[in-house]
Design a protein around this ligand. Structure first.
Ligand code: ADP
Ligand code: ADP
Length: 220
């Protein structure tokens, strides 16, 4: 599903160069749930951003579903990204002036389909995360765990093959974090490939595979 070969990434800011990733080889198969772990600053977010086609590597090649992304133009990369990936982050990035259902519909506004179809897909996504009864609430009327579940619904509403999550439970207490993990594990059992950055060993123990990063390299 996702294949990175000999990936390196250097950031250049003013006169400072940071080698964030060096010589990464990583293969994520369809329907895997992979956790990326490692100390702060080791390159986890950079790795997730490269997998999700939010950024391009300095060196190496990326294949998504067999497609050689390196040779794609930016516009085609964006199209592949939107079709393949859903994203969730540590902060939920919900729009507080919009009801839950309208937040979840947002990614669909860029696609074809009628308003009624969008509404039906958003309702289904909210039901999958157990929030069918909260459609007409506003985000700040929900708990942190529920808000993250709304963000998950928004990430899956376009039916992506892969869900990418950067510390999705980092802002949640352990009980709400566990709720979010339960949902992610359920989506994975239903076939969604998941790559998640986490600091939580207990969470990582619940998934198929842990990839450990240290100082820009895969160490295990
Ligand atoms: P992690 O997610 O493991 O905390 P990151 O991938 O965010 O690590 O960062 C890896 C290294 O690259 C760090 O040294 C960080 O400061 C640097 N870095 C990340 N993004 C940028 C950027 N956009 N510009 C410059 N340096 C960056
Ligand atoms: P994390 O909590 O995962 O370490 P951060 O909040 O540090 O993430 O970074 C969030 C995003 O900002 C990441 O996608 C990372 O690549 C980017 N980023 C990190 N450091 C810098 C930087 N110095 N300049 C620009 N972007 C950065």
């Amino acid at each position: 599903m996702i294949r990175l070969e000999k990936i390196s990434k250097t950031y250049q800011t003013d006169k400072v160069q940071t080698l964030a990733l060096k010589d990464i080889d990583l293969h994520v198969r369809q329907s895997e749930f992979v956790c990326i772990m490692g100390p702060s600053g080791c390159g986890k977010s950079t790795l997730l951003n490269l997998i999700g086609l939010l950024d391009r590597p300095g060196q190496g090649s990326i294949h998504i579903g067999g497609k050689p992304v390196n040779s794609y133009r930016d516009r085609d990369v964006a199209r592949l990204r939107n079709l393949t990936f859903g994203f969730i982050f540590q902060s939920f990035h919900l729009i507080n002036d919009l009801r839950v259902i309208d937040n979840v519909e947002l990614p669909l506004l860029y696609r074809s389909g009628s308003a009624a179809e969008r509404r039906a897909l958003a309702r289904e996504a909210l039901e999958r995360v157990g929030l069918g009864a909260r459609m007409d609430h506003y985000p700040n009327q929900l708990s942190g765990g529920q808000q993250q579940r709304v963000a998950i619904a928004r990430a899956i509403v376009g039916r992506p093959q892969v869900l990418l999550a950067d510390e999705p439970t980092g802002n949640l207490d352990s009980k709400m974090g566990e709720e979010v993990m339960d949902i992610l594990l359920k989506l994975n059992r239903e076939g969604t490939t998941i790559v998640m950055v986490t600091h939580d060993e207990q969470e990582a123990r619940r998934v198929n595979r842990i990839v450990r990063v240290f100082d820009g390299q895969l160490v295990a």
